[in-house]
Ligand binder design. Structure first.
Ligand code: ADP
Length: 447
């Protein structure tokens, strides 16, 4: 501020001095005002010259040195020159950073596409260009969904849920498979990360095919062996010392059959990620049938059905029966004789739900997250003794995925477990319920 005042004070005093000198010279010549006017004209001319030089330099500042001006103009020129140098420095730095970023992202093994809030391409690295067939500059500003029309990708973008990734097959009839994940930032912009997972998907498909084929091939010989063992076991002429081994062989053959049946079912479920549509399933009939099936096994555990809603479930009857039965079968296996097992069905605004509640030994917390893995058992010895395949909960998890739902497991060791299947509201089949609904529900079915 002081510099500013000092500079302007100097200019004003110089102008006043020039005017006084002009006035004196005018007075000597006999025309004071002519002297003042002449001084002003000369002063204006000098200012215009400085202004012209400044304007000329500003227009060609990248090629020319700043004009050699003194006084206030000199200060203005040096101020502008300093601002210009600073701007140049930042521009160079930004350019260098951008080049560095472009060089480093070009070396990245994965593709990156930057999209604006309207999902238009703003930028992409070399790998993304190669993988998705994007052309530099030509495709900038184009909506990515119009270039990459795979339905699963279009759905993923429209849903706007970027916590998980999506598998995309960009070209129909080709094995190429990309895993894509959106990483949102700023106000609606996002980076789309693209990874080529063709090899992993092929290996996974080979693994699934192998398991399916091996199980299928093993089933026929096993059926023959189990058939002979059954015939031998019923043979009254069988030597006494062979009876026990024969019984054990029959038990193991049954276990192998159970494992192979479950493996085949799991393979069928894994063959597709598509949601099943199915048809309305009469829940009351299904749960009553399951209850009777347990009773028919001459089981001492009492199964109680609690129906809290008259509404039914939309799904695949076979898959749902298999999932619900697996849960009930586990509850029977891992609950002591005489204990009660409850099958509960209810609906609310979150959808419809089915729980199997047992008062068995329960499961300690550290096992819960891994329980739905294939062949994961809390107590391998006990599970084998009960004849389980170790695949039951994996099947339940897959059935729930194919119905857009999920399996929830709650358990307290020593007190029991609650296995709940949560289905979304669109799985609910609203019944045209009669007037007696209020009195009929909740409905409890026991012996
Ligand atoms: P399995 O055929 O061995 O029962 P599952 O996949 O159905 O295989 O279950 C995995 C494991 O989870 C079982 O081995 C058992 O340890 C545990 N489990 C499942 N259901 C229950 C239950 N209701 N109570 C206690 N443990 C259970």
């Amino acid at each position: 501020m002081n510099d500013l005042l000092r500079g302007w004070g100097f200019v004003v005093s110089r102008v006043l001095a020039a005017l006084v000198a002009g006035a004196i010279l005018g007075a000597i010549a006999g025309h004071v005002w002519w002297g003042v006017a002449g001084t002003l004209v000369v002063y204006l001319g000098l200012q215009l010259r400085e202004l012209w030089q400044l304007d000329d330099w500003l227009r060609h500042r990248n090629r020319r040195d700043p004009p050699d001006a003194g006084g206030l103009w000199g200060e203005i020129v040096s101020l502008v020159a300093r601002l210009h140098r600073r701007k140049q420095f930042h521009k160079q730095r930004t350019l260098a950073l951008f080049r560095e970023l472009r060089r480093s992202t070009a070396l990245m093994p994965d593709g990156v596409v930057a999209l604006n809030a309207a999902h238009e391409i703003v930028w992409f690295n070399r790998k993304a260009g190669e993988m998705l067939g994007l052309r530099r500059k030509v495709d900038f500003g184009i909506n990515i969904a119009s270039l990459l029309r795979a339905p699963e990708f279009v759905r993923y973008l429209a849903a706007g849920q970027y916590t998980a990734s999506v598998l995309v097959r960009p070209r129909i009839g080709e094995a190429t498979c990309f895993e894509m994940q959106g990483v949102p930032y700023g106000e609606g912009q996002m980076f789309l990360l693209v990874r080529d997972v063709t090899r992993q998907v092929q290996l996974e498909t080979m693994r699934k095919d192998f398991v399916a084929n091996a199980s299928h091939e093993l089933r026929s010989p096993l059926t023959v062996i189990a058939g002979y063992l059954e015939a031998f076991a019923g043979d009254t002429d069988l030597p006494v010392d062979l009876r026990a081994p024969m019984l054990e062989m029959r038990r193991q053959a049954e276990r192998m059959t159970a494992i192979i049946t479950d493996l085949l079912e799991l393979s069928r479920l894994e063959a597709s990620d598509e949601q099943v549509v199915g048809a309305p399933i009469d829940i009351e009939a299904l749960l009553s049938l399951m209850r009777k099936d347990v009773a028919a096994r001459d089981d001492t555990r009492a199964v109680e059905v609690q129906l809290e809603s008259p509404h039914d479930l939309m799904g695949d009857q076979g898959l749902i029966h298999s999932a619900f039965w697996n849960l009930l079968d586990n509850a029977v296996k891992y609950t002591p004789a005489g204990a009660k097992i409850v099958l509960r069905w209810w609906t609310d605004e979150a959808g419809c739900h089915f729980s199997v509640i047992d008062a068995g030994g329960g499961i300690s917390a550290e096992h819960l997250p891994r329980l739905t893995e294939r062949f994961y058992r809390v107590d391998p010895g006990r599970a084998r003794a009960t004849g389980g395949s170790g695949l039951g909960l994996a099947i339940v998890r897959h059935v729930m995925q194919r119905h857009g739902g999920e399996l929830q497991i709650e358990s307290i060791e020593g007190q029991g477990s609650i296995f709940t299947c949560h289905f979304p509201p669109l799985r609910l089949v609203h019944q045209n319920v009669a007037i007696d609904t209020d009195t009929r529900y909740p409905l409890t079915i026991t012996d």
